[in-house]
Design a protein around this ligand. Structure first.
Ligand SMILES: CC(C)(COP(=O)(O)OP(=O)(O)OC[C@H]1O[C@@H](n2cnc3c(N)ncnc32)[C@H](O)[C@@H]1OP(=O)(O)O)[C@@H](O)C(=O)NCCC(=O)NCCS
Length: 194
């Protein structure tokens, strides 16, 4: 067990093997079908929801995810490209060009969205279902489409008031049946909540 934990968190060494694992991030809901590639390069806050079939493809320098972030199902976040511009090979060479992805507190990312390398999604933003986010998203903006564009904003005053009063959903409470909880082998944090 110790060996396993060291392997996952101890070495800052990249591996291309996707890791499909529930419960890697205590205090967060990670669906059993979520794919976390190189979780040692993913920094995640608490009370986040990683939905079914959502893929977080991390490479150095990694991705930073805040608190209370909701990734719906089938979301993809990727932080690296391949070098094709100065490549002597096709379609690209072996150099990875990684750009950090940052996702702020209380962000909601709708189903089937794709977040591309270098994107910073500021706190309170919402990414509509099926969006492809190529550029950074300001605080409380709601973006939609491919490429994603701002369609409107949350009520920022209300948002700030909810933050001030710490009014957050509890991802372990929301619609979770006991069966899901058992199936996902949640961490001990959960057993207090059942
Ligand atoms: C982002 C979202 C919450 C906005 O909902 P809303 O406040 O009711 O937004 P509206 O329906 O008023 O849409 C505002 C505009 O954005 C457009 N829009 C909304 N969602 C869009 C989408 N997914 N893709 C493209 N455009 C979209 C609307 O057509 C509308 O455009 P218009 O002003 O030209 O008519 C909702 O569209 C969404 O995508 N929710 C995510 C659903 C999901 O993934 N659920 C999984 C469970 S976590």
């Amino acid at each position: 067990m110790k060996k396993f934990i060291k392997k996952i968190f101890g070495h800052k060494k990249s591996s291309n093997k996707p890791i499909e694992k529930a419960g890697l991030f205590p205090g967060n809901f990670v669906h059993e079908t979520a794919i976390l590639n190189n979780p040692q390069f993913i920094q995640m806050g608490t009370n986040c929801w990683i939905g079914g079939f959502t893929c977080l493809y991390a490479n150095p320098p990694g991705m930073v995810i805040g608190n209370n972030v909701i990734f719906a199902d089938h979301v993809t976040v990727v932080n690296n490209f391949h070098n094709y511009k100065s490549s002597d090979m096709l379609p690209f060479d072996y150099r990875a060009i990684a750009r950090p992805v940052q996702i702020g507190d209380n962000v909601w990312i709708g189903m089937n969205s794709i977040i591309l390398p270098g994107v910073k999604i500021e706190e309170g933003a919402i990414v509509a279902a099926g969006s492809v986010v190529t550029k950074s998203v300001p605080k409380c903006a709601i973006v939609a489409g491919n490429p994603a564009r701002i369609v409107k904003y949350r009520d920022i005053r209300k948002y700030n008031s909810l933050v001030k009063n710490k009014k957050y959903i509890d991802v372990f409470f929301q619609n979770n049946t006991p069966e899901m909880i058992i199936k996902n082998k949640f961490n001990p944090f959960l057993s207090n909540k059942q």
